[in-house]
Structures are given as structure tokens and as C-alpha cells.
Design a protein around this ligand. Structure first.
Ligand code: CMC
Length: 443
């Protein structure tokens, strides 16, 4: 492709034919080549598995410069938001585009607080799950089930309906998440309390029991709030793109968020925080680090160093920088010193950051590396780590979903493919078929 002013030209070397495509500039970040007419004009598609070079939408919510390690929401640096703001403010910012004034903030917090109870019948969904279900399985199911409860907010063409659905999602997800935990340990569900902040409320629904007064530890509440801020949105990652793709067909908003939760669950995405802890347990001792680093570098070994690497960040993950600081604060406040697993994590980080393989491939610790460690220090059960990510990311999904619905250029998401299968075959009757012995039969 050769560059001209505001266009890019493409030549097919087989035929010598040339086409021009417009280049669109955003407010910052890389320009994009507008290839919407590519197929109509050339009869060809682009091929980009994993979307490594594809911009799927216009967005004004979150900006990432992966080379410089920059993350901004609506123009504000993540470090500033984590330091000076709180999760409700950041949620407002993501949804509305600006930080709230004091009355706006008070109203927003009150509105979210007054949507935090769930329909009483939703209890029954939990009892359908095995007690040993992974809480993310419960989250996918119960958040999806919300789509069968709130019929008064599902007209996605009505901005007010969208707003109510959005508030409901943000408000109810801590209740649903905490109850997933309570169900797994056989304790009664604890209802939200309207005098508590968002993070405090989640902690009390997780840890309170009806027979005792529960006092939220302010250090843990502040750390939780900061963790929520750091996970609130992250541009067009796998789960957000899933929400947008699901929503692009006009699907029910609660069902769209459930699809995002399903995508987040995987260990390459939000499931990494849980995988970090499992990996640290598997490594077991500092002496074993070289062996596991060798495994991570071995192309024939599927083992990866969980909590390291990122598709976009080729510099330090800015969330990890804040998270590392929060991690040390929490450890200090809780008086945790010489915890073997945490020592192991710090040593792993130190050695990996000096290892030529990780240095050359720019594989730095990501947000999940530290969140796993903080959650461990906060005594949060390992199976809840990814649930906490989902809780925090709900506002990001909701903001991105709203932005997509409001965008007049957005169509149903429908990628194409490079077909490599059989072109056309004649049907063979059952009795004449010869086995190719390639089926994987279950045991
Ligand atoms: N350990 C060992 N090698 C790695 C790792 C790792 N954690 N991550 C990437 N690599 C290597 C990979 O083998 C490849 O090597 P080569 O070029 O020789 O083939 C190279 O680095 C590039 O990796 P990639 O898989 O092509 O990169 P990607 O952008 O497709 O994957 C990733 C990004 C985050 C999925 C990957 O780095 C990974 O699996 N990391 C571990 C899981 C993890 O921590 N995920 C959380 C991401 S941050 C929070 C979130 O988004 O949810």
C-alpha cells in the first residue's frame, strides 16, 4: 500500500488494478483505513484472525497507547482516576462522558443504590446450580436470567429504557456476584444496604452473616474500589467486542452482558487472575521458577506465564503500575509480610523482567498478575477473582453497548472468512462410506 494524502492506494499485482481507500484520523492514536467498500470494489476481503490490525468501531470512551503504556477514560489518565476518583464517578464518566458535579454524583449514587436489590424470584435460579459450580458459571446463568425479569427496559431504541437497563446491570451485579459466593459455601444471601458505598456493599454481601454485625474494613473497601476502577473498561477487548457483537443484532441487553461474562471467563482474558494463583501454587517455590520459565519459553509446551503479556501493551500495563502500589498498601495495612506465595510472585516478576525472552517479546506483568495477589491478600476465594473482574467491567460493557446502539453507522456485526474446506462433494449413501478414522470419541 502506498500513502497519499488522506487516502491509501492498493494495487493488485496480478492484474495491475489500483484502488484508493480513505484514511480516517481519530482525535489521537493510529489512523485507520476505511475499507468498508473493499469487497464491493475489489471482490476481496481482509484477513485478520484475532483482529490484530482491525478497528471494529468508532469510540470515544477509552483510549490505549500500547507502545507508551497509556490508558485513558474519556481523556483522564487511569492513574489519576485511581488516585483521586472513585468507582461511582468513573462509572458516571464512562456512561455520560464527563465527571459528575456533586449533585450529579449524589443522584447517580442514589439511583444505583436503589436498584441494587434483585427480583426475589431470582433466588430460585441459584438453587438450580450445583453448590460446587464455578461462580462464573452462575454469573453467566443468573445475569442471562435477568433478561426474563425486567421487561420494562428492553426497548433498546428508547434511550430511557437503555438507561434503566444500564443502571440495573451496574447496580445488581455486585448482589448477584456476592450471592454466587454465598451459594457456593451454603450461607444465606445477604441483602444490599443502602447506607454503604458500592465497594462496601459488595464486601458486606460477601462476608456478612445474619447472626453477626459486620463492619467493613475501610482499607479493604478502598482497595476494592480502586480495583474496580482499574478494571472498569478497556477498549475493544474480547469480552467488550463480544458484548458489542451480541448487541449489534438488537439482542436483549442483559443477555448481551451475559455473553461478555462468558468471554471474560477464559484464562487468556479475565480468567487470568485466577490462573495466576493456580500457577503460583503449581510453581510452589522460588527454586522452581527457572523450570517454569523454561516451560513458558518452550514452543512445544502449552504452559504460559499467566499474568504476563498483553495484546496491546508492549510497555508496562499502566493498570499494573497502580495495582502494584495498591498491592503493597494492602499488604502493609493487613500486616502481611513473608507470605510465601506473595514472595514467590515478587521473585517471579523480578526474574521474568530480566529474562531476555520476556524482555525481547515485551512481556510485562499485566493487571491480572497483581490483582490475583491482592485478592489473595484480601482473602477473597480464588474462584471469585474473575467474578470481581466481571463486576467491575459491567459498567464498561454497558457504556460500550450504549455507544454502539447510539452510533448510526453501526450495523450488525458479520465478519467473513477465508474458506479452506471442501468445495463441493457428491453425497455418499451411509452404507458406502469409508471411515477416515479421525473422530475423537468420548470415553
Ligand atoms: N508466557 C510465555 N510466552 C508468552 C506469553 C506468556 N504469558 N504471552 C505471550 N507469549 C509469547 C507467545 O508465545 C508469542 O511468541 P512467538 O512470537 O515466539 O510465537 C509472543 O509472546 C506473542 O504472543 P501472542 O500469543 O501472539 O500474543 P497475543 O497478543 O495473541 O496474546 C495474551 C496476548 C494476553 C493472550 C498472552 O500474552 C497470554 O496468553 N498471556 C497470559 C494470559 C494473561 O495474563 N492474560 C491476561 C491479559 S490482561 C487482562 C485481560 O485482558 O483480561
Amino acid at each position: 500500500m502506498s500513502d497519499q494524502k488522506n487516502t491509501v492506494s492498493m494495487t493488485d499485482n496480478r492484474t495491475g488494478k489500483t484502488w484508493e481507500f480513505p484514511v480516517i484520523e481519530g482525535s489521537t492514536g493510529p489512523d485507520v483505513i476505511d475499507i468498508r467498500r473493499l469487497y464491493a470494489e475489489t471482490g476481496m476481503f481482509t484477513y485478520d484472525p484475532g483482529f490484530t490490525s482491525t478497528g471494529s468501531c468508532e469510540s470515544s470512551i477509552t483510549y490505549i497507547d500500547g507502545e507508551k503504556g497509556v490508558l485513558r477514560h474519556r481523556g483522564y489518565d487511569i492513574a489519576d482516576l485511581a488516585e483521586h476518583s472513585d468507582f461511582m464517578e468513573v462509572s458516571y464518566l464512562l456512561l455520560y462522558g464527563d465527571l459528575p458535579t456533586p449533585p450529579q454524583k449524589a443522584k447517580f449514587e442514589s439511583d444505583i443504590t436503589h436498584h441494587s436489590m434483585v427480583h426475589e424470584q431470582l433466588h430460585d435460579f441459584y438453587t438450580g446450580f450445583r453448590r460446587d459450580s464455578h461462580p462464573m458459571a452462575v454469573m453467566v446463568g443468573v445475569i442471562g436470567a435477568l433478561s426474563s425479569f425486567y421487561h420494562d427496559s428492553t426497548d433498546i431504541t428508547d434511550p430511557r429504557h437503555r438507561l434503566i437497563a444500564s443502571y440495573r446491570m451496574i447496580a445488581k451485579v455486585p448482589t448477584i456476584a456476592a450471592w454466587a459466593y454465598k451459594y457456593s459455601i451454603g450461607q444465606p444471601f445477604i441483602y444490599p444496604k443502602n447506607n454503604l458505598s458500592y465497594a462496601e456493599n459488595f464486601l458486606q454481601m460477601m462476608y456478612a452473616v445474619p447472626c453477626e454485625e459486620y463492619m467493613v474494613n475501610p482499607v479493604l473497601a478502598r482497595a476494592m474500589d480502586r480495583i474496580l476502577i482499574l478494571h472498569a473498561d478497556h477498549e475493544q477487548n474480547a469480552s467488550t467486542s463480544t458484548v458489542r457483537l451480541a448487541g449489534s443484532s438488537g439482542a436483549n441487553p442483559f443477555a448481551c452482558i451475559a455473553s461478555g461474562i462468558a468471554s471474560l471467563w477464559g484464562p487468556a482474558h479475565g480468567g487470568a487472575n485466577e490462573a495466576v494463583l493456580k500457577m503460583l501454587n503449581e510453581i510452589g517455590h522460588k527454586d522452581n521458577i527457572p523450570e517454569y520459565l523454561a516451560k513458558a519459553k518452550d514452543k512445544d509446551d502449552p504452559f504460559r506465564l499467566m499474568g504476563f503479556g498483553h495484546r496491546v501493551y508492549k510497555n508496562y500495563d499502566p493498570r499494573a503500575t497502580v495495582m502494584q502500589k495498591t498491592c503493597h498498601e494492602v499488604l502493609d495495612e493487613l500486616g502481611i509480610a513473608n507470605e510465601p506465595l506473595l514472595d514467590l510472585a515478587m521473585e517471579l516478576e523480578r526474574i521474568a523482567l530480566e529474562d531476555p525472552y520476556f524482555v525481547e517479546k515485551k512481556l510485562f506483568p499485566n493487571v491480572d498478575f497483581y490483582s490475583g495477589i491482592i485478592f489473595k491478600a484480601m482473602n477473597i476465594p480464588v474462584s471469585m477473582y474473575t467474578v470481581l473482574f466481571a463486576l467491575a467491567r459491567t459498567v464498561g460493557w454497558v457504556a460500550q453497548w450504549n455507544e454502539m446502539i447510539e452510533d448510526p453507522t453501526q450495523k450488525i456485526g458479520r465478519p467473513r472468512q477465508l474458506f479452506i474446506g471442501e468445495v463441493q462433494r457428491e453425497f455418499i449413501p451411509l452404507h458406502k462410506r469409508v471411515s477416515k478414522n479421525r473422530e475423537l470419541a468420548p470415553e
